[in-house]
Design a protein. Sequence first.
Length: 274
Amino acid sequence: MKHLLFIFLTPLLLFSCQSDLTVKQEDDNDIVAEIIPEVEEDDRVLVWSDEFDGTTLDLNNWSFELGDGCPNLCGWGNNELQSYTDSNHRLEDGMLIISAKNENEYTSTRILTKGKQEFTYGKIETRVKVPSGAGLWPAFWALGGDIDTNSWPDCGEIDIMEYVGKNPGQIFTSVHTRSSYGNTVNTQITPVPNIEDDFHVFAIDWTENYIDFYLDESRVYRYAAQTQTAETWPFNKPFFLLINLAIGGNFGGPVASSVQFPKEYLIDYVRVYQ
C-alpha cells in the first residue's frame, strides 16, 4: 500500500491453462490491453504461513510500526490521519482483526514481516474482508527488504491489494518502481460489486520475469518490464509483507461523516508458496 507519496489469492495449486486478457490503465486517458500467456501447472509447496489461530500475534513473524510516521515521514508520506498502535488489533476465531477507531484521534494498526519473514519469488496470498466507508484504506502489500539502504521507490513496492472506501466496489493492484511511482501507471483497477460484503482471496504469482495479480482465482493484471533495469525491475531480491488499515490521506480521501467507528479489517491468513 504505502505509496510513501501515494502509494501496496486463493490457494490454487493449478493455474488456468487459458490465456487471459487484462486491461492496464496507462494514464487517465489511455487503456492498453495485453494478452497474458498460458501458465503451466504450479508445483510449488507452502513454505510459510500465518493462519492467525493463536490468541496473540506471532512476533516471530510480525513487528508493529507505531505512531504517525513523524519526524521522518509524517502521515507516512501520504497525509494519513491515523496513529498506529500495537493495541488496535486482536486474534479471534482464527483471524487477525485490525480495528480503526476514532477516540479523540484516529488510531489503527500496521504490521510487517521485515527482518523476520522475507521472500524472493513465489505465490503470496491472503484472504481478507475489507471494511466499507469513505476514508478507509486497507491494504496487503510488500516492500524491498533493502529499503533502509535503498530508499523508496528504488527498493520497489508490490501492492497485492488496496481498497479505498471512497470508491466502493473496486480493488487496486499496482507496482511502484523508480520508473513510475506514486500515481503509478503500472496499476489495475478491478471492479468487484459488493466486495465489502464478504471475504475474497488476493494473490500474486511472482517470477523472475513478471508479477501476475489474482483476485479469487482470476488473473486481473500482469506487470512485466520490457527491459529489466534497476529502474523498472527491483523485484529480484527479498521483499517483506505489510498489512495495515490507514485512514484518510492522499489516496484514502476524506473521512465521511457517516462512517461509524470502529471499523474492522479481517485477515483470515497469509500464505507463501515456492
